[in-house]
Design a protein around this ligand. Structure first.
Ligand SMILES: [Zn+2]
Length: 719
């Protein structure tokens, strides 16, 4: 029984949302049995580290394994609740931690494949099982006899002689059960169950609509002349996509899930840019079968009503109580404090671009569709380089092995050996075994880096097998990205953004790999949502650390290191565009809060009107910079990040502080890595998140380093 697993499976069944670090599934140490026939999930994998048997797993195995897994866990939990012995920590809490082996084993694979490599059959299982899983969870947390045992232990927690992690586990169970409705009357419990089942179904439909809309909204171009500005590689890819979609001889521009679209940086044809931007922004609002506007309104209403039932003013209040932020007020303050400076910076950036448009004799005002194109021009003028100059230095194998892995070697002493014998679910997926400095085994790492139509947008990490101190199980983790796959025989040359993302996701992977906790509940990334992005953001700092960069940023043909002058420009240019980046992020984060700070009985039914009003009220209604996600394709708010999209910024406060710490202490050194690992990365959720931060940093976090990084500081004379 594992509340983080519950979140993970719920998200999985609703097609996990972008950016979500899918949490952990418990894994018991069954003795390995060769699964020669039948359903491979029914026995523990006999592969190294209990790696999933992707060579045996077929789509038809998921539903029976998930259903049997739920039935088994239900029986295990019922037995714990009915135990005639007086409740003890062992026979109740630890016993709960050990339930659900089959369910967890299956859900960890299903949950990730539903995002990484889905198909109509998997989608059907998601839709069928989402309400059943919600009911399964409810049956456990709303079991009155079980809660009575947990409560009696909780009430005597100080006299049970528990170590700190065990005491925290008991408190966690008590809190989770209460937050899930354990204290409600029987009638209210029934109402809650119906709400949860409906919400689960709506979330599944929403996510499936998002994927169908993003594919259906790809822009078809007849004439290659219109693609002026795109690289040959991008044009080849667009031709291949069109052919695959049955439009041979034409060009299909695929969309990604954010409002902004990468080809807008390069396309010189303004009409085509406008067409792509418009197609991006109307996703989910077109009145077709995949329209999500009514679903957003309905989910907001149900969540507000559920929050009220549980004794909260709003869904946001309910969510934030359990985060390090703590309150709605704290989050609103962070967002609204930064909004004016962010928009002012964005307007400054727009003025520079407008000057270029005017100088070129363009008789128009800068619009959202023009932003990336002219931002690139400013970048070229100011820093005199463009992305195309950079990409030859970012070949994927160099970035991964001589960058990401090399940094982990320097900081933590890790080494990596590719394992071609471990089965994978798609030929693009690669597997590495990870070793400690002394040669001992640490875990397995899967890399699934290329985009494909069966994969949802964004980048994420997941754990197929979490570390488990009860069983001695070592972690199996994976990273996912959406890097366009080059034509056969061509090298994969990455953008600087993709490079940074690779370091970021590997930061999550390290959090999973270094986990050294007793209870699977607390393993790896099982930390508050507004803390989980922090270690991964810290790992981004090594992407531009001089000695790391020198090691991996080499021209893929000549082997020449990236020229120092180009490098200096890249680093300077990193600071450029923060007005836009912060504004689009804040707009989405604030929209998420607005939707979830609505009070039951007064929830908007017109999603688009509500969105417009909310952006205006926050001062973030600046049309050239639309929210990074609009309501109808904002997958985060349907999955595990509802009322939690602010978390990236909250985490960044801690990240910026930690980067300062590394710099103050000599940067890239084993002893610094070891300190970060020991005080923070190894501890998962086994202690209070802010205490873990303090143990690493030596004090409470301050917001200064973040403001400096994002160019949001007060002017020096007003300090
Ligand atoms: Zn992340």
């Amino acid at each position: 029984m594992n509340h983080k697993l519950s979140l993970a499976l719920a998200a999985a069944l609703a097609a996990a949302s972008p950016g979500l670090v899918m949490a952990q599934a418990e894994q018991a140490a069954d003795s390995a049995v060769e699964p020669v026939s039948g359903n491979p999930f029914f026995v523990a994998s006999n592969l190294p580290y209990q790696a999933p048997r992707f060579d045996l797993i077929k789509d038809e195995h998921y539903q029976p394994a998930l259903e049997r897994g739920m039935a088994e866990q239900r029986a295990e939990v019922t037995a714990i609740a009915a135990n005639p012995e007086a409740p003890s920590f062992q026979n109740t809490i630890v016993a709960l931690e050990k339930t659900g082996t089959l369910l967890n084993r299956t859900a960890a694979v299903f949950g990730n494949l539903a995002g990484a490599h889905t198909n109509p059959e998997i989608q059907k299982v998601q839709a069928t099982l989402a309400p059943k899983f919600a009911a399964h969870q409810d049956a456990i947390v709303l079991d009155g006899k079980l809660f009575a045992r947990i409560k009696s232990l909780y009430d005597q927690r100080d006299s049970l002689d528990l170590d700190a992690e065990s005491k925290r586990l008991l408190e966690r169970y008590h809190t989770d059960f209460i937050r899930a409705g354990a204290n409600l009357s029987d009638a209210d419990k029934e109402t809650l169950k119906a709400m949860n089942a409906e919400l689960a179904s709506l979330a599944t439909t929403f996510s499936q609509n998002v994927l169908k809309e993003v594919n259906d909204s790809a822009v078809l171009v007849d004439d290659i002349k219109l693609l002026d500005g795109l690289s040959d590689q991008a044009i080849t890819a667009a031709a291949a996509s069109a052919k695959e979609a049955g439009h041979e001889g034409k060009y299909l521009i695929a969309l990604q899930n954010t409002s902004g679209q990468p080809p807008l940086t390069n396309l010189t044809n303004r009409e085509l840019r406008k067409k792509i931007m418009a197609a991006s922004l109307v996703r989910g609002t077109r009145g077709n079968e995949w329209d999500n506007t009514a679903i957003v309104a309905k989910v907001a209403r149900l969540r507000a009503e559920r929050a009220k039932l549980l004794g909260y003013d709003t869904h946001a209040q309910y969510v934030l109580e359990d985060e390090t932020a703590g309150t709605v007020e704290a989050v609103n303050k962070l967002l609204s404090d930064l909004a004016p400076a962010a928009v002012a910076n964005a307007r400054k950036e727009a003025a520079e671009m407008q000057a270029i448009i005017d100088a070129e004799g363009g008789d128009f005002q800068l619009e959202a569709a023009d932003w990336a194109f002219y931002a690139d021009k400013v970048r070229q003028q100011k820093y005199a380089f463009d992305e195309a100059q950079l990409k030859p230095y970012f070949e994927i194998n160099n970035v991964l092995e001589k960058g990401v892995f090399y940094a982990a070697g320097q900081l933590y002493g890790l080494s990596f050996k590719e394992r071609k014998d471990i089965p994978v679910y798609h030929p693009d997926v690669r597997v590495w075994e990870v070793f400690e400095a002394d040669g001992s085994k640490l875990g397995l790492f899967y890399g699934d880096f290329y985009a494909r139509p069966s994969k949802r947008g964004g980048a994420w990490m997941n754990a197929y097998v979490p570390q488990n101190g009860l069983t001695g199980t070592q972690p199996v983790v994976a990273n996912h990205q959406n890097i366009p796959k080059p034509a056969d025989g061509q090298p994969t040359l990455m953008t600087f953004d993709e490079v940074t993302t690779m370091f970021h996701e590997f930061g999550h992977a390290l959090h999973g790999l270094f986990s050294d906790v007793k209870y699977p509940q607390f393993a790896g990334t099982s930390v508050p949502r507004d803390f989980v992005e922090y270690p991964s953001q810290v790992n981004e700092m090594w992407a531009t650390w001089p000695s790391i960069l020198a090691n991996y940023a080499k021209h893929h043909e000549t082997g020449e290191p990236i020229p120092q002058a180009l490098l200096d420009k890249v680093l300077a240019a990193e600071q450029y565009g923060q007005g836009h980046a912060t504004t689009e992020y804040l707009a989405a984060a604030m929209l998420d809060q607005a939707i979830h700070q609505q009070v039951a009985g007064n929830v908007a039914t017109d999603t688009l009107a509500f969105e417009a009003k909310a952006l205006e009220a926050a001062g973030l209604d600046y049309p050239p910079v639309p929210p990074r996600y609009r309501s109808a394709y904002f997958s985060h708010i349907m999955g595990g990040y509802s009322a939690g999209y602010y978390a990236y910024l909250w985490s960044e406060v801690l990240d910026a502080e930690s980067v300062e710490w590394f710099k103050e202490n000599g940067g890239l050194k084993r002893e610094n890595g070891d300190h970060f690992r020991k005080t923070l990365l190894s501890r998962g959720g086994s202690a209070d998140a802010m205490q873990i931060f303090r143990d690493f940093r030596g004090r409470d976090p301050e917001v200064g380093p973040l403001l400096k990084r994002r160019g949001l500081e007060a002017k020096p004379d007003s300090e």
